[in-house]
Design a binder for this molecule. Sequence first.
Ligand code: NDP
Length: 285
Amino acid sequence: MAAMILDGRTLAKTLRDELQAEIQQFTSQVGVTPTLAVVHIEGDSASERYVRSIQKACGNLGIHFVKPHLAEGTTQERLESVVSSLSEDTKIHGILLQLPLPAGFDTDRAIAQLDPRKDVDGIHYSNAGLVMQGVPRFVPNTPAGGMEVLKRYAIEVAGKRAVVVGRSMVVGKPMALLLLQSHATVTIAHSRTLDLAAVVREADIVVVAAGHSKLVHGSMIRPGAVVIDFGINVQDDGSMTGDVDFASASEVAGAITPVPGGTGPVTNVMLLKNVLHAAWLSQTP
Ligand code: NDP
């Protein structure tokens, strides 16, 4: 059986079109342009490419984009002062602190300077706490995108057995909580899980965010299961693979996100949706 492809590129286009209309409505109603500030320390080319792609997407959608200059070799103090002044600046609605920070930086101290009402990546502990409580303010973009894929493809979550492989703060854990909130029975697997294949085989919905190319093979997947692959692994030849072995998994699964073209494009739109949400929040006391 060949799985249905959960096409993230087409979905992202639909989401962008919807968002563009919502941004136009905000701008004409409030008279303010939603504004995103990206805090990025220069020096990593992959990260710089990602920031440029966000800038372009902002331009296309009518979001104002700001990027303070933070040269390679900047200090923790300068980073914190930039985040803190953006937090206080009423013209800035959303702040994206580009992680991971270079070696030697204290990430928690930098995050602590973020106004949680501008934290469009959902990394501040108070936003993580709200996700935990089931009343999210900002959901981290990657799991938000995964849930959007499930929703838009009308995949039933309530009552299903879901296995999330990976327990990071930005992907695995929040995804597990969101699935739980949608009434799935959730298991989180990680590097110490014994017999990963047996755990994954129990799932109606398999979500993989492990950072290991092709970790989950088709032989581990229950026939007909839905597979959401968050993995982004760039190979030596420049090609990209997921954390799921697409060739074998797509023979067994009922539906699957490809890599590239699955969760990735949707993630970027979720960030921009959060910028609009932050702009609306700025209008409330
Ligand atoms: P992390 O490295 O922070 O976390 C990886 C998680 O996977 C850890 O919890 C780790 O377990 C677990 N893990 C590692 N190896 C195994 C294994 N052999 N078996 C089971 N579990 C394992 O990664 P992230 O969560 O940041 O990212 C995960 C993936 O998602 C990466 O491929 C990344 O590129 C991608 N990503 C995709 C995005 C998108 O938009 N689609 C955005 C962000 C990330 P333990 O906790 O025990 O160490």
